[in-house]
Design a binder for this molecule. Structure first.
Ligand code: TXA
Ligand code: MG
Length: 329
């Protein structure tokens, strides 16, 4: 059992002290809860991999409290800087060349010469500022499980492995951050996420370069099975089969919906932001409903729909061929 506390000034000090002592603390961010460690403390960072059961070669996002802190650890080109100016704090992670000899533990970047940096909104930033050091923080869940979007989800999954959880209620965005990497004048989308690609494209007045997700080892956490629930997942369904649970979207129901063993609607009105915020929680609840298969209604690909579909394809991965991503576009 982890100790669950709030997010007031006292809680921020408690969290910063625990982190300074090398402990793991689960912290709320606007995207998902993070399993945080002081990024300059190798033992603490190693503890993240241990708690998550995560392969060591998978690099972690390093969270900063402001752009000045980002500049201490990475070389920031003008276009990346513009993205930070506009979208930070927020659900955007930038992969940048790592400065040498900054004190950041090499395990954070898993030995790469680049570092993924993000400035989260809300209490996480206050904790980082109080600690005055960056935090390495992957999503707070066992590797391969659904990301934690509430203190209770984190407690259920990791409560025996961590001492402290800060509870700020359900995550506002509900999807991990969008990860990009500037490459000359172009911006590569390494992981679709909580900031819609269109919002970045509007700023850069161009199209994001989408890497081939099947060969994409540049963001190694993008493994196909990364978000797998225990139940099977059937995507883009046009009918619900006997015994299936239904993950619905929008006002229209597919045929057989009334016979579903369990049913949750990501957004009755078809709002993709609301759907993103509900996604992991509802997947977890339907997974716990006892049905062997979760049938998922079609979800559009615009805005946050790209990231929602990406996570769903990964959730379905052990049971569908990789071509599925193309099929549902
Ligand atoms: O919203 C989020 O991003 C959450 C919250 C807690 O901030 N964090 C998160 O971290 O999703 P994690 O560790 O679950 O995902 C990090 C992703 C992985 O896919 C990893 O491979 C990629 O970032 N990544 C990290 N460093 C990288 C690098 N130097 N180059 C390319 N990809 C990198
Ligand atoms: Mg994760």
């Amino acid at each position: 059992m982890a100790r669950i506390i709030g997010t007031d000034e006292q809680a921020i000090r408690t969290a910063a002290n625990a982190l300074a002592e090398g402990n793991l603390v689960a912290i709320p961010t606007e995207t998902v809860y993070g399993l945080a460690a002081d990024a300059t403390n190798g033992d603490a960072v190693a503890g993240i991999f241990e708690a998550k059961g995560r392969p060591h070669f998978n690099p972690l996002i390093c969270h900063v409290s402001d752009i000045a802190m980002a500049e201490r650890y990475a070389l920031i080109d003008p276009l990346s800087r513009r993205l930070m100016d506009v979208f930070w704090p927020g659900p955007l992670t930038l992969v940048l060349p790592l400065r040498p000899d900054t004190g950041l533990h090499p395990l954070v970047a898993a030995g790469l010469d680049t570092i993924a940096l993000r400035m989260p909104r809300g209490v996480a930033g206050k904790i980082i500022a109080a600690l005055n050091r960056p935090l390495a923080a992957p999503s707070a869940n066992t590797s391969g499980k659904i990301s934690g979007t509430s203190a209770s989800a984190v407690e259920d999954d990791l409560g025996l492995k961590i001492a402290l959880i800060l509870d700020a209620g359900p995550s506002e965005v509900g999807l991990e951050s969008t990860i990009v990497k500037v490459d000359g004048d172009a911006v590569q989308l390494l992981r679709p996420g909580g900031l819609a690609a269109e919002d970045i494209e509007a700023l850069i007045a161009g199209t994001l370069k989408r890497i081939d997700q099947r060969s994409a080892i540049e963001a190694p956490g993008m493994l196909a099975s990364h978000y797998a629930p225990s139940a099977g997942v059937r995507l883009n369904v046009h009918e619900v089969r006997a015994g299936e649970a239904l993950l619905a979207f929008g006002p229209q129901r597919v045929s057989g919906a009334e016979g579903a063993a369990a049913s949750l609607n990501l957004s009755e009105t078809g709002n993709l932001r609301e759907a993103a915020a509900n996604l992991f929680d509802y997947m977890k609840r339907l997974d716990g409903s006892g049905s062997a298969v979760i049938a998922v209604e079609p979800i559009p690909f615009n805005g946050l729909g790209e990231a929602i579909n990406d996570r769903l394809v990964r959730a379905a991965a052990p049971r569908v061929p990789p071509i599925a991503l193309e099929q549902i576009k």
